[in-house]
Design a protein around this ligand. Structure first.
Ligand SMILES: [Zn+2]
Length: 280
């Protein structure tokens, strides 16, 4: 059975549908409500995306892929059968031969200028590390002076970051630096709901971080009250400034975290935190 769909208004005429899928994934459908055109982002399975398109009477014009993992791309083949004209947009580094073939493929490099879809400007950000083909999609609505939203795939999670399946520690730290440099109020849309577990582990690092403890307390209270499943305690959208304050993976230069780890080195701090998280 499909779970409830959540909808967010990102800008004038731009809606975002957040679709819980599998155990803890999120797939996304970005909609221009004037043209009724839509983009699917990381469709790990087609059923949820197709149901959303039908429910809102949308035409699928684009499919955006942050990286090659199957829980982000598994729905592409089936969606292309229904929407053969949809354009696939992914990194030029996409490093696994896909099971699908498409008529319209656009590959991106992070240093390329914005392109326009659904009346929004979008550009790719280099976030390699989790995989060596990973990009994030940064969205700047028309008339907006700066980006408002970023689709980060598995590069960053609430109070966490993606595991290093393919990349190196320096590569992942560089990816997180790219994300941390975005406007502080930007909304982050990640591909898994891991925030509660990540926060519990983050507090075990022992950093003297009041905001982090408060964030965990609030989330624990919410979950206890509602007695909910991971998806139903959705912590989206994440706000970058909250993550900078409480996510240890964005705090490589924090004196209080470095003190706990007994180092002054950014890469050592990040590497320690990543290895610590990997134990759980
Ligand atoms: Zn992944």
């Amino acid at each position: 059975m499909l779970r409830a769909i959540s909808q967010f208004n990102l800008a004038e005429n731009i809606e975002l549908h957040v679709l819980p899928g599998f155990q803890d994934n999120y797939f996304y459908v970005l909609e221009n409500s004037l043209t009724q055109h839509a983009a699917a982002i990381d469709p790990g399975r087609s059923a949820e995306v197709q149901a959303c398109l039908e429910q809102h009477n949308l035409t699928l014009t684009h499919i955006l892929l942050t990286h090659h993992h199957n829980d982000h791309t598994g729905g592409v083949e089936s969606l292309l059968k229904t929407w053969p004209g949809a354009e696939i947009i992914c990194s030029s580094w996409f490093n696994v031969k896909p099971s699908w073939t498409c008529k319209n493929l656009r590959t991106l490099n992070p240093d390329e200028p914005d392109f326009e879809i659904l009346g929004c400007n979008i550009y790719a950000l280099d976030v390699r590390g989790h995989t060596v083909d990973h990009i994030a999609f940064v969205l700047k609505p028309k008339n907006s002076p700066q980006p408002t939203d970023v689709f980060v795939g598995d590069a960053l999670f609430g109070a966490g970051c993606g595991g290093l399946f393919e990349g190196t520690y320096p590569q992942m730290l560089a990816a997180l630096k790219n994300l941390r440099a975005l406007p502080s109020q930007i909304r982050l849309w990640c591909a898994h709901e891991y925030t509660l577990k990540n926060l519990r582990v983050a507090t075990l690092l022992g950093e003297d971080n009041h905001e982090q403890k408060l964030r965990l307390e609030k989330l624990e209270a919410m979950v206890a009250q509602a007695n909910v499943l991971p998806h139903e305690s959705m912590t989206l959208p994440l706000i970058l400034s909250d993550e900078i304050a409480t996510n240890p993976f964005l705090r490589w230069d924090s004196p209080s975290l470095q003190k706990t780890i007994d180092t002054r080195d950014e890469l050592e701090t990040f590497t320690y935190v990543r290895r610590f998280r990997d134990q759980f």
